[in-house]
Design a protein around this ligand. Structure first.
Ligand code: ADP
Length: 160
């Protein structure tokens, strides 16, 4: 069995904080699958296909990282992938409460699925996709917070 982990999220869009977690996971495990959730209840800036493509482009230099989109339950995706480990990022105590609840639910839905939590470098502790979108919508420069391919895509989305 390979040492495979799934890193799930909406990634709308993927930020340098996400990349930091992906790099840490890629250093620790044989294979990292970025699982981009359809998240139909979120009014996303980018479609699922766009988010998958951007995540792929942002991680193309990482040989043991791949990206897949999924809709429906994460536990079903994990079962299909034959993976029993999830990686989640913890920024502050605010994330902790939410993540703790999610983990307990995943355990009920799929016993044996374990979650591990990684913290990013401190400069990313307050970085979120929401903040990146807000700054960009109001004309701010996001190039220090996301990979170049993503800042280009966000710019053309907000001012086509
Ligand atoms: P979700 O819709 O699941 O919250 P996100 O794309 O916002 O999806 O986040 C995916 C995962 O990445 C979550 O575990 C989240 O806590 C984590 N994350 C988001 N931003 C950062 C960051 N700046 N540093 C570390 N982890 C992060």
């Amino acid at each position: 069995m390979t040492n495979k982990v799934i890193y799930p999220g909406t990634f709308d869009p993927l930020t340098n904080g996400h990349l930091d977690i992906i790099q840490r996971a890629a250093n620790m495990f044989d294979e990292v699958v970025i699982a981009v959730a359809a998240s139909p209840s979120k009014n996303t800036m980018f479609s699922l296909e766009e988010r998958v493509k951007l995540a792929q482009q942002a991680t193309q230099a990482m040989p043991n990282v791949s990206t897949k989109g999924f809709s429906g339950l994460l536990v079903d995706f994990a079962r299909d992938e034959k993976a029993n480990l999830l990686v989640r990022g913890l920024r502050t105590t605010v994330d902790f409460e939410y993540e703790f609840g999610l983990t307990n639910m995943y355990r009920r839905l799929l016993p044996g699925l374990e979650s591990i939590f990684l913290t990013p470098a401190e400069e990313y502790a307050f970085l979120s996709s929401t903040i990146v979108r807000e700054v960009a919508i109001h004309g701010g420069d996001i190039s220090n917070f996301v990979p170049k391919v993503i800042s280009d895509a966000v710019k053309s989305k907000v001012s086509p």
